[in-house]
Design a protein around this ligand. Structure first.
Ligand code: OGA
Ligand code: NI
Length: 343
């Protein structure tokens, strides 16, 4: 428990093992303004119609690998209750959090600090995180925190709604890509892992990171954040700030969707910076293939002119190598790439 950043960090200097190497530090970039170009897509705008919404999602997934959705159908009350109960969890006394804390990174539900590579990484991430599977709820709810008393009920309902929204977005994507209806339903989107991140106020945001540059390994991610800036996207050699909107979901393309789309979409790298004023809480819902799912570029998207850029593999094989490579994009994908021969 003494590892939790939240349990020791107030009124402390930044410890050496939380200082990132110069080339990874945000430095002055902690103050870059939010980028208004990252699309905010209204899923209910009747005047636009389904075709237009699909086009906006496809364009954003190609260009940015990121977009936000508003009027997304997940109840505003539930979104608010979920953020509140998660914040309440992180601000409880250590003793009340002890039952879910673990140094064993193979445990499916656990509270810890930094990353699964805590014991071997050079620099720790300035965050505590609680991670657990969510689907189907009844298989996993007994592993979730018992306190706050409403956690299981609220997060249970939230995870069902977020999963439904994800499947809805995936249906729009499959239609936009010209894939058969329901293409992503089933094994490719079977698992839902929820990771709640708590970034305490940090004594030196220019030297540290809540999450260093990474792409998500899964299919697609829906992130809920408060109206506190912290998420940055690395696009064409430049960091862009994502506008914090408390009633929107930030949607980003994971490695599996880059692979299945045969690189029509990009799993764009991103990071979380810290700030010295206030704690920031985010809730990431990772929609993932099941472990035994065979992933490969969609057959309908490959032909002689567009050969497959990746070989087929089992998702659990990918995940293992992803964690070992600490999330770095090029090395995480390398082993699965097919060399394209130029004539
Ligand atoms: C993640 C992530 C960003 C944030 O959990 O993979 O990128 O702002 N989170 O918490
Ligand atoms: Ni991420």
């Amino acid at each position: 428990m003494e590892k939790l950043v939240s349990s020791w960090s107030s009124n402390q200097h930044l410890p050496e093992d939380y200082v990132f190497p110069v080339e990874q530090r945000p430095g002055e970039e902690t103050t870059i303004p939010v980028c208004k170009a990252i699309p905010i897509i209204d899923l209910e705008k009747a005047s636009h119609g389904r075709k237009d919404i699909i086009q906006q999602i496809i364009d954003a997934s190609q260009k940015f690998g990121f977009f936000q959705v508003i009027n997304h159908g997940v109840s505003g009350v539930l979104v608010h209750e979920t953020m509140s109960v998660v914040k309440e969890f992180f601000t409880m006394d250590d003793a009340e959090k002890a039952s879910v804390y673990s140094d064993d990174h193979t445990k499916s539900c656990r509270l810890h600090t930094s990353s699964p590579n805590y014991d071997t990484e050079k620099s720790h991430f300035w965050r505590d995180y609680l991670r657990h599977p969510c689907h189907p709820v009844e298989d996993f709810i007994h592993l979730w925190p018992e306190k706050p008393a409403t956690y299981r009920d609220i997060v249970g309902r939230y995870s069902v709604e977020v999963r439904n929204l994800s499947l809805r977005i995936l249906d729009l994507i499959s239609e936009g890509l010209g894939l058969e209806p329901g293409f992503f339903q089933g094994e490719l989107s079977n698992d839902l892992l929820m990771s709640t991140n708590y970034y305490p106020p940090c004594p030196d945001p220019s030297l540290s990171l809540g999450l260093p540059k990474h792409s998500d390994p899964n299919l697609i991610t829906l992130l809920l954040q408060e109206e506190i800036y912290g998420l940055q996207v690395y696009l064409d050699g430049q960091w862009l700030g994502v506008e914090p909107l408390s009633n929107a979901f930030v949607v980003n393309i994971g490695h599996q969707l880059q692979i299945v789309s045969n690189e029509k979409f990009r799993s764009v790298e991103h990071r979380a910076i810290t700030n010295s004023r206030e704690a920031r809480t985010t809730i990431a819902s990772f929609i993932s293939p099941c472990n035994s799912c065979i992933v490969e570029p969609a057959k309908a998207l490959v032909n002689e002119a567009n050969p497959p850029l990746y070989r087929a593999f089992e998702y659990q094989e990918f995940l293992k190598s992803y964690v070992a490579k600490a999330g770095k994009k090029e090395t995480a994908l390398q082993a699965y790439k097919i060399e394209v021969k130029h004539h």
